[in-house]
Design a protein around this ligand. Structure first.
Ligand SMILES: *Cc1c(COP(=O)(O)O)cnc(C)c1O
Length: 423
């Protein structure tokens, strides 16, 4: 039943001889197989590309694996652009989908030849000023406002979100860009996050395809791509069903034929910018039970904390927990699994039914492969963990060492007795 870790107790016992807990572990085989299924699902579209949302898991080793599977990089900051450049992803393999963008980041994106996806109409002038001239290919981010509803009732509130241009603005933006010499246009929107149903992309595609037809008719702009962005979810809970990417691709295909092909726009490339779907299930946080506490509730203290995985503390997000070696034991104990921060929301699980946990047991906190390590912080002076890769042949590779005190203190090099901190 439910979720099986991609690592066994025996493997973890071997790993910890070299790399102590806590650490994030990633599964190369799972990452590659999933990426291939994404390309398969959209193989009907000539020129399809997934731009991996780097912010989800900004690790060059993992970005490189995805690049080998054909993925580009979706960047939204200077350091994400630098990471992409470092692994040899440049030019149209970078989608720069930023917002509230510092001007120097537009310059860096342009220098790398990235596709610039404008979050706002005022950015046209800024990009022109920074670059001297506009690139031939440009994209605009759309925000339809109001509420966005899917057939399964999932809804979000774009009218309340800071992203994108209004409909009127995107028409104006296309006209202005066209006058200024832009030749190829893209449209982008990100309306609902973490959707596990199969109808988000097809519904969004219908909205964007219809918009594309009108933009083409009214401004004469050549729409060369439509970017469905991210938002495809993963089943964090064992009772949830995974999104079926083949069905999603099929659903987008049908809308494509119905709207775009019917209007003679059959050369439009489909782009995606998934983060969570590409990486979420293929990472986990391995941590050790180090304290138990019996007060008004039963607590298990582990050696990881919210600094290593913030989602439960920040959103109350569910992450499934497996006690390694006790995969088939009865879940007859109720625990709160907590970290050490002096913050009462530092709880990986609350009122969770699990097998009896003994000190020294290893816990797998599932689905930390996206928006996991990368949201980490250093509160309470807690340090970042290592990141490890389980390669296809089962061997383990260090892909980011654990942060040490000297790294944490490095920016105090303006402190008169900085050296004392390094002891
Ligand atoms: C965060 C983000 C993504 C990825 O979102 P997921 O939910 O991880 O798929 C893609 N594009 C943009 C612009 C984003 O901000």
């Amino acid at each position: 039943m439910g979720k099986q870790p991609f690592v066994t107790l025996e493997e973890v016992e071997r790993i910890v001889k070299e790399y102590p807990t806590p650490f994030h572990l990633y599964d190369e085989k799972g990452i590659r197989e999933n990426a291939r299924s994404v390309y398969e699902a959209f193989s009907w579209n000539k020129g399809f590309r997934e731009y991996f949302a780097v912010k989800a898991t900004p690790n060059p080793f993992l970005m490189q694996i995805l690049h080998e599977e054909g993925c580009g990089c979706d960047c939204s900051s200077m350091t994400e652009l630098q990471l992409s450049e470092a692994i040899g992803v440049t030019g149209e393999e970078i989608m720069f989908s930023s917002n509230d963008t510092p001007p120097e980041e537009f310059r860096k994106a342009a220098q790398l030849g990235a596709i610039i996806n404008l979050d706002d109409i005022t950015h046209i002038d800024i990009v022109e000023r920074e670059l001297g001239t506009l690139p031939e290919t440009m994209s605009c981010r759309f925000n339809p406002g109001g509420f966005y509803k899917l057939s399964n009732g999932i809804m979000d509130n774009p009218g309340d979100s800071k992203y994108g241009m209004t409909e009127e603005q995107i028409f104006d933006a296309f006209r202005i860009l066209k006058e200024k010499g832009v030749k190829h246009f893209g449209i982008h929107a990100f309306l609902v996050s973490n959707t596990v149903g199969n109808d988000y992309y097809p519904t969004l595609a219908a909205t964007l395809f219809r918009l594309a037809v009108r933009l083409n008719e009214e401004t004469g702009a050549h729409i060369s791509f439509i970017n469905l962005s991210g938002g495809v979810g993963i089943p964090y809970r064992p009772e949830e069903t995974a999104a079926d990417i083949a069905k999603i691709g099929q659903g987008v295909h049908e809308v494509y034929d119905h709207v775009l092909t019917a209007h003679g726009m059959d050369d439009v490339r489909i782009f995606t910018e998934m983060g969570r779907f590409m990486m979420g299930p293929y990472g986990c946080l391995i941590t050790k039970a180090i304290n138990e506490k019996h007060i008004y509730k039963e607590y298990i203290g582990v050696d990881a904390c919210a600094a290593n995985l913030m989602r439960p503390a920040m959103y109350g997000a569910y992450h499934h927990v497996t006690v390694l070696g006790k995969e088939n034991a009865a879940c007859d104990q109720e625990y709160d699994i907590v970290g050490s921060l002096c913050e009462n929301n530092d709880k990986f699980a609350i009122d969770r039914m699990l097998p009896k946990i003994d000190m020294g047991d290893y816990l797998v906190i599932h689905d930390t492969g996206a928006h996991g390590f990368s949201m980490g912080y250093n509160y309470n002076g807690r340090l970042w963990s290592a990141e490890l890769l389980k390669k296809e042949d089962g061997s383990i590779q260090l892909i980011r060492r654990a942060q040490e005190a000297k790294d944490y203190f490095a920016t105090f090099d303006c402190f008169p007795v900085y050296e004392k901190l390094l002891n």
